[in-house]
Design a protein. Structure first.
Lengths: 328, 259
């Protein structure tokens, strides 16, 4: 099939998300390997000006529809499915984030096409596209291929540096009309902004992060003491926030904050991809985990395979001693 | 309110995972199956909705090792009905699993119409799609993912749901019922139920078994190879007694001016 490689532009609240550029960079490599064009698909309402930011693509397919003003998986998948049927791309790359989650699965289901999630890389082998995917919270990986074309590929964050997809250029714009239900079954009402106030973890130089391995709410205090000794703050991974042990404003990862502190000390965090997304660019990562095979150790600069509940208090004491020595 | 919760068993990744002889799947004997984490939140949200609005909660799952325990635990927590779909091989793709669940729901007396079908937003093995949107498609129902709050307005036949966006932002949506919702986190942490209560429920209550439809649709995705992650880098591991490790960490921090 001669179709082109498509990238769904993730645009949210009038901005092109960074992951779009990562996926465009990946898509351009695949398109080059297959000898086809790279096309970006932009869905939205009155966002035509964003086309100028998609210079990496050879062409942009732009769909303007009031039902696409805010991203609902229903409207986006219906629009994209119509385009795919009409234009027959070779493959469709969809950023896998909280904005677009579910869109790829819905399209694949509607068109009876292969849908693949959690792609960390794509390669072309003997003219066929293979996806390299991360499963089981980062513990296993698989190489997969779609048995039909086009495959709908959900691309995880971090596949390529965003800068590689941020080229200037003048893509050809093709405006396409789609038919969407007049009365949608899912209707956007409003955004709820995060509560202001408290500690902004994105502005801290030192973060002590706790995960499920901290075991109880009381043990969060051990991390707080270390954070205090280091002049930093405490944050957490999803399970800790869901348990209510720390407020939502302290969550690092996919749904929470993206942080880049000078020190990220992760205690009892296994390193699931959703968490890593939020902290992988910290200057220094030190991880404590009972499981010596925890994926966090593949990312951390220093690792301690041990019990965070023992190490945190000992470390706090040592930090206090060292600080005192320095001050004295 | 008729609420169904679709539960999925996944391998416990705390255990060492081994690759089967075919090189394409997990060795079943190496697996300890547990309830997918966000499915536990879907169940909790269903129980909270039942407490708020009344109604019945049914849990449904494809058969798997350790499933009975999860279903009895669900009943002990407050679910009214537990259904197990039998005659399925383990390790089904999400698409096939969702198709089977949809067929069973559509074909079984008393399961439709339902007001809400809840699933976890995503599971660690959802390689070929998420169960929520697949079921929504097969049953022709609306779908919202990453939901963290649900309110139901019976008079208008709608639900107001809150979903998560990046950076702590949330979005409010109105959804026509019946609908499928992918739950990210329940409004409260999943409740705890003592083992003794689960044991008592296992003696007094029954899990309904329903056979899976025999026709499986052809696969659309082929796994070529399964492998352990290629490790690009690895942490320098600090070993020894806790005091020595603490000293070493402090040295590292001091070198960078962090203490």
């Amino acid at each position: 099939m001669a179709g082109n490689i498509w990238v769904l532009t993730e645009q949210w609240r009038g901005e092109v998300s960074e992951i779009t550029y990562e996926v465009l960079a990946l898509g351009s490599e695949v398109a080059a390997a297959l000898g086809v064009k790279l096309e970006a698909v932009l869905l939205g309402h009155k966002v035509k000006s964003l086309v100028a930011r998609l210079g990496k693509a050879d062409a942009v397919l732009y769909v303007d529809h009031a039902a696409l003003a805010e991203p609902t998986a229903e409207a986006q998948s219906a629009a994209l499915a119509q385009l795919i049927k009409e234009k027959q791309p070779r493959s469709v790359l969809i950023p896998l984030t909280n904005v677009t989650l579910g869109v790829g699965t819905l399209i694949a289901a509607q068109l009876e096409l292969p849908g693949v999630n959690f792609c960390k890389d794509l390669r072309v082998v003997d003219g066929r596209l293979q996806a390299h995917c991360v499963l089981y919270g980062g513990k296993m990986e698989v190489l997969v291929t779609g048995l039909r074309e086009p495959a709908i590929l959900g691309i995880s964050p971090g596949t390529r540096p965003a800068e590689k997809g941020q080229e200037a250029g003048t893509p050809v714009i093709e405006e396409v009309a789609v038919a969407l239900p007049e009365v949608p079954s899912v209707r956007f009402k409003k955004y709820i902004e995060p509560e202001a106030g408290g500690v902004d973890i994105t502005k801290q130089d030192v973060l002590v992060a706790v995960g499920r391995g901290i075991q109880t709410q009381d043990n969060v205090a051990l991390a707080e003491e270390l954070a205090e000794a280091l002049g930093g703050a405490v944050c957490g991974s999803r399970p800790v926030i869901d348990q209510g042990w720390l407020p939502l404003s302290r969550q690092v990862g996919k749904s929470g904050a993206i942080v880049k502190p000078k020190l990220y000390l992760a205690a009892g965090i296994s390193g699931a991809p959703e968490h890593v997304e939020g902290m992988k660019n910290a200057a220094l990562i030190i991880a404590i985990n009972m499981d010596p095979d925890a994926p966090i150790f593949n990312l951390a600069h220093y690792g301690i395979a041990g019990d965070a509940l023992e190490i945190l208090p000992a470390l706090t004491e040592e930090v206090r001693r060292t600080s005192k020595k320095k001050a004295g | 309110m008729n609420i169904h919760v679709l539960l999925k068993m996944v391998p416990d990744v705390v255990e060492e995972l081994e690759i089967a002889a075919d090189g394409k799947s997990l060795a079943p004997e190496s697996l300890r199956m547990i309830l997918s984490e966000s499915d536990g939140h879907a169940l909790e949200e269903a129980l909270l909705l039942k407490e708020r609005y009344g109604g019945q909660v049914t849990v449904l799952a494809l058969d798997s090792p350790e499933l009975d325990d999860v279903l009895f635990t669900s009943l002990a927590k407050g679910a009214d009905r537990a259904v197990k779909v039998t005659g399925v091989e383990t390790g089904l793709t999400s698409r096939r699993a969702a198709r089977i669940l949809s067929q069973v729901i559509a074909a079984t007396d008393g399961l439709m119409p339902a007001d809400l079908l809840l699933t976890g937003t995503q599971a660690i093995d959802d390689l070929d799609g998420l169960v929520g949107p697949l079921v929504a498609h097969f049953l022709r129902l609306p779908f919202v993912a990453i939901v963290v709050q649900v309110g139901v307005d019976a008079a208008t036949g709608t639900a107001t749901v809150v979903k998560e966006y990046p950076g702590g932002v949330r979005g409010e949506f109105e959804v026509r019922l019946p609908a499928v919702l992918g739950i990210q986190a329940a409004e409260k942490p999943p409740r705890y139920v003592p083992v003794a209560k689960v044991r008592a429920v296992a003696k007094s209550r029954r899990i309904e078994s329903l056979p899976a439809p025999s026709q499986l649709e052809p696969p659309l995705v082929e796994v070529l190879q399964m492998m352990k992650p290629e490790v690009a880098g690895h942490a320098e591991m600090l070993e020894g007694p806790v005091e020595k490790i603490s000293e070493k960490v402090c040295e590292i921090l001091a070198e960078r001016g962090l203490v």
